[in-house]
Design a protein around this ligand. Structure first.
Ligand SMILES: *Cc1c(COP(=O)(O)O)cnc(C)c1O
Ligand SMILES: [Zn+2]
Length: 397
């Protein structure tokens, strides 16, 4: 196992490194190590994947990964799809988002390297995940979040016993403080941008699972809620590894209030620039990429390589997609988690995705993680009978 720079191809040893010494580029894992044998019943570790760890004692698992792929016919009907629509349900991961795949692998590698604790900069979900796996591994954790992170996510982080550091302003400020803290205290940085190559590498398991769950075939499209984009990379890499180098077409979905990758895609630029101030309620993809713009550029390259798209959706459309997912398929998502469904509706309506296509939407985060949005959701018509009236109806005449 070693690390390779995605920009200049320089080779680095498989230490806890976060960028290329020569050019500052993103590092990815090459020839990943694997466990001597899979861990039965342990989610992504139970498949025979190479997840950068060779010592089973380093793995602190909560059963992350191995999530269901649900056929979603009632959702398909509602959005006007005539082909197959599938939901990859990442909300059932142990801490409620797909971040558990990356964090579990990054924490395992940190333990294997003998590191004393972890730091994670987060808009909420990665921090909750890092706090959970640190608790499971018996390691101290410092989680750095923007002050405006949803209360539910802050409560979840505190519940697992991690130290919480709140930083004013948007996510990129927290990212910078995370770098400083990890450096100063010699802790492993498990932040889930492209920073930690071992964490990013584990996201390929989502692509493996999609291919296997479809019976060994590629879907036409996969729609992915996108911040910096490691999940896009994971899906593309996993699909390519399973299908001899081919991939589905990827759609990177961002919110209109924070869409640096979409802005570059739409203007035909190949370099992503940082976004000013995010203005969306979708906290999980509210990442302006200030200081690590090349993360966005790497994601854009991947999207273009698959002949994919980058699209932005409005908060109102996300809210409608949350309601559709819950009321038509029984799936409760946080705003970010439903953004791919909002994009699907738009892309079917404007013809960029054919109605008969086979489509996978990644639903990335659980509805309990931002419950105030649900509390403010208007009830479906007919579902709002006051309890008193229903009692009156039920009484025998
Ligand atoms: C972090 C996050 C994303 C974005 O993932 P990236 O890999 O950073 O693009 C999407 N959805 C949810 C729920 C998240 O927490
Ligand atoms: Zn380099």
């Amino acid at each position: 196992m070693h690390l390779v720079c995605v920009d200049c191809a320089a080779r680095h040893p498989a230490e806890m490194r976060y960028s290329c010494e020569r050019c500052g580029g993103i590092l990815e894992v090459a020839e990943p190590a694997r466990l001597p044998r899979p861990l039965p019943g342990a989610g992504m570790w139970s498949a025979d994947a190479a997840l950068c760890v060779s010592d089973p004692a380093a793995v602190a698992t909560l059963g992350e990964g191995g999530t269901p792929l649900h056929r979603a016919p009632r959702l398909a009907e509602a959005v006007g799809a005539t082909g197959q629509v599938w939901i990859k349900d990442e909300t059932v991961n142990p801490s409620g988002s797909f971040k558990d795949r990356a964090v579990a692998a990054a924490v395992a590698r940190a333990r294997e390297l003998g590191m004393a604790g972890i730091v994670c900069a987060s808009s909420g979900n990665a921090g909750a995940s890092a706090a959970a796996y640190a608790a499971r591994a018996g390691l101290p954790a410092i989680i750095v979040v923007p002050t405006h992170t949803p209360d539910e996510k802050l409560t979840q982080i505190a519940a697992y016993g991690a130290r919480l550091v709140r930083v004013d302003g948007h996510y990129s400020n927290a990212y910078r403080v995370g770098l400083e803290l990890a450096e100063r205290h010699a802790l492993a940085n498990v932040t889930t941008t492209y920073l930690n190559p071992y964490g990013v590498d584990a996201l390929k398991t989502a692509g493996h699972e999609i291919f296997d769950q479809l019976g060994g075939r590629l879907p036409d499209w996969v729609l992915v809620p996108t911040g910096a984009g490691p999940l896009v990379k994971g899906v593309v890499q996993g699909l390519r590894e399973r299908s001899g180098g081919r991939s589905a077409r990827l759609v990177a979905v961002q919110a209109e209030g924070c869409a640096p990758i979409v802005r570059a895609f739409e203007s035909g630029r190949r370099e992503v620039e940082a976004w000013g101030t995010p203005t969306t309620f979708a906290s999980g993809i509210s990442d302006p990429l200030v200081g690590y713009e090349r993360d966005g550029t790497h994601t854009l390259d991947l999207v273009i390589a698959t002949e994919g798209l980058a699209v932005a959706v409005a908060d109102a459309a996300i809210r409608a997609a949350m309601a559709l997912l819950a009321r038509r398929e029984g799936l409760l998502a946080e705003p970010t988690g439903a953004s791919a469904v909002a994009a699907l509706e738009m892309l079917l309506a404007d013809g960029r995705i054919g109605r008969d296509a086979t489509i996978v939407c990644m639903v990335t985060g659980h509805g309990f993680k931002d419950f105030k949005v649900w509390r403010a959701m208007p009830p479906a018509s007919g579902a709002d009978l006051p309890v008193g009236d229903r009692a009156a109806e039920d009484r025998p005449g």
